[in-house]
Design a protein around this ligand. Structure first.
Ligand SMILES: Cc1cc2nc3c(=O)[nH]c(=O)nc-3n(C[C@H](O)[C@H](O)[C@H](O)COP(=O)(O)OP(=O)(O)OC[C@H]3O[C@@H](n4cnc5c(N)ncnc54)[C@H](O)[C@@H]3O)c2cc1C
Length: 467
């Protein structure tokens, strides 16, 4: 029997893996091949935090595959060239792969000529169409259409037995230097996450057995664990959206909680839909007038934002959570993003690039769609003139300051009433809490009213131009 290749991409799992199952159908011998093709990805090559995750995810997959007697072959360079060589060595082996949605990865799969299987999304972004045959630009009708059509596919079981093809030569994972060395900044990532398919399944089960029941009310509270934290596992394909969907449907949950969870999974789906139909989404505003936005250039402000030193506690807590753990709560992502593009009037692409480098779940579709959404230039976007006030957001969603205290420990001893705006605290209160503004914690780098007014004035120039 001829062999087949499972071209391993962002589907780093054995269960519910149609590409693997198709390659191995009927006991066909397989080679499992992962190719690190950084040149193909160009500007969107994996960021630092993603490289850390990828290393561990590949190590974990190699162990799982090894138990079934199949080595994971690692190659670096052109995917088309390596796969063609391996296929030829195996006598013209078929290549099966999970279909991608990133523009560079779609070009890559055309060059490889693989047989594609759709498993990174629940739906085919090409097939979901509005009544007039176009793509969706607004989330709610998209969500309703997907839910009305129903998700009928069932997750595939993991193969219990695999047959290995003659093993092609492989790189050593350590030689790829995906992990940080000097300095090793990944300690916080290791403490927060454990990559791997088994850990993804455990995270899903823990969520559905615990926080999911209160998801409808609690999901916006960053100081408690109220969401699934599945995003990196979904991003790397250590769990499939179909597995998450069916597990959430089958779980014993209040109806409103289940609905919310399913609808969040469809936000991910919607982001893919947008990227599929707007391939320039990561670089170019969907609303063309935003190309003329008078963004500022301010390296010092950008740096303060990146380091969590803006003097606005909720923003700083979020940016430090990101830097320390490689992840940030969704509510806080919205707050820090709004602060960057509105109060600081810096281009959303700078925030998108920083997230790309620091998030373990940095996803081309979700990241670009979300940044455009917050910046007001995306499909279905929050209007630019609605400016989040990070103090009010903090008081509403972190009322006891637990989140700020955790990530901005120098403010921990402040009372709840001023934890989100230390500059309003009386001198004695600051002193008692050991806070010296401008010394132990910065003054705000921008007044919130001043930033808001400047943002609205800038926005007015592009709306006036458009009229
Ligand atoms: C500026 C900004 C940038 C973002 N960048 C990314 C990114 O690079 N990668 C990424 O996966 N998500 C991104 N998000 C979306 C969202 O913040 C994360 O998916 C979510 O915080 C992940 O946490 P969770 O797994 O606990 O989510 P849950 O609340 O448990 O949701 C379950 C799953 O639904 C999906 N999901 C939830 N909310 C969204 C959303 N708004 N958009 C798309 N998918 C969603 C995720 O896959 C998530 O794992 C971004 C949001 C903002 C505002």
């Amino acid at each position: 029997m001829s062999s087949a290749i499972w071209w391993v991409r962002q589907d780093l799992r054995l269960a519910d893996n149609p590409a693997l199952s198709a390659a191995a159908r009927g006991g066909r011998p397989i080679a499992a091949v992962y190719v690190l093709d950084e040149a193909a990805a160009g500007a969107w090559a994996w960021g630092g935090a993603q490289r850390w995750w990828l290393h561990h995810a590949l190590a974990s997959l190699a162990t799982d595959l090894g138990r079934l007697g199949v080595p994971l072959v690692l190659r670096r360079g052109s995917a088309a060239a390596h796969l063609a060589e391996i296929s030829a060595a195996l006598g013209g082996a078929e290549i099966h792969a999970a279909a991608a949605y990133e523009p560079w990865a779609r070009m890559q799969e055309q060059a490889v000529g693989a047989i594609l299987h759709r498993s990174r999304t629940l739906t085919d972004p090409e097939a979901v169409r509005t009544g007039t045959g176009g793509p969706y630009g607004v989330y709610s009708p998209f969500m309703r259409a997907v839910r009305a059509a129903g998700i009928t596919a069932r997750p595939l079981p993991a193969p219990s037995r695999l047959v290995a093809a003659p093993a092609p030569a492989s790189d050593r994972l350590e030689d790829w230097l995906l992990l940080p060395t000097k300095p090793d900044w990944a300690g916080g990532l290791r403490a927060a996450f454990a990559p791997g398919e088994a850990n993804a399944a455990a995270a899903l089960a823990d969520f559905l057995d615990g926080p999911a029941a209160g998801y409808a009310e609690g999901r916006d509270i960053p100081g408690r664990v109220t969401t699934s934290r599945l995003s990196p596992y979904l991003h790397w394909g250590e769990i499939s959206p179909l597995q998450v969907w069916h597990a959430a449907e089958a779980a014993t949950l209040p109806a409103n909680a289940r609905d919310k969870v399913l609808n969040e999974v469809l936000w991910r789906e919607f982001a893919v839909h947008l990227l599929w139909h707007h391939q320039a989404l990561p670089e170019t505003p969907l609303r063309a007038q935003f190309a003329n936005m008078p963004w500022r250039t301010d390296a010092a402000a950008l740096r303060a934002w990146q380091r969590g030193e803006t003097g606005i506690p909720m923003v700083d807590a979020g940016m430090r959570e990101l830097w320390q753990t490689g992840w940030m709560h969704n509510r806080v992502r919205m707050i820090v993003a709004s602060f960057l593009v509105k109060h600081l009037l810096l281009p959303w692409q700078l925030g998108e690039a920083w997230f790309w480098d620091t998030l373990v779940d940095g996803d081309l579709a979700a990241n670009a769609a979300s940044w455009q959404w917050v910046a007001g230039c995306g499909a279905d976007a929050a209007p630019y003139f609605r400016v989040f006030n990070p103090v009010l957001q903090g008081e509403k969603f972190d009322p006891d300051g637990a989140y700020v205290r955790r990530f901005v420990p120098e403010l921990a001893a402040l009372p709840d009433r001023c934890i989100h705006q230390p500059w309003t605290a009386p001198a004695l209160v600051l002193e008692a809490a050991g806070v010296r503004l401008g010394k132990t914690y910065p003054h705000p780098i921008i007044g919130l009213d001043e930033g808001r007014t400047r943002a609205l004035a800038a926005y007015k120039t592009i709306t006036a131009n458009a009229a």
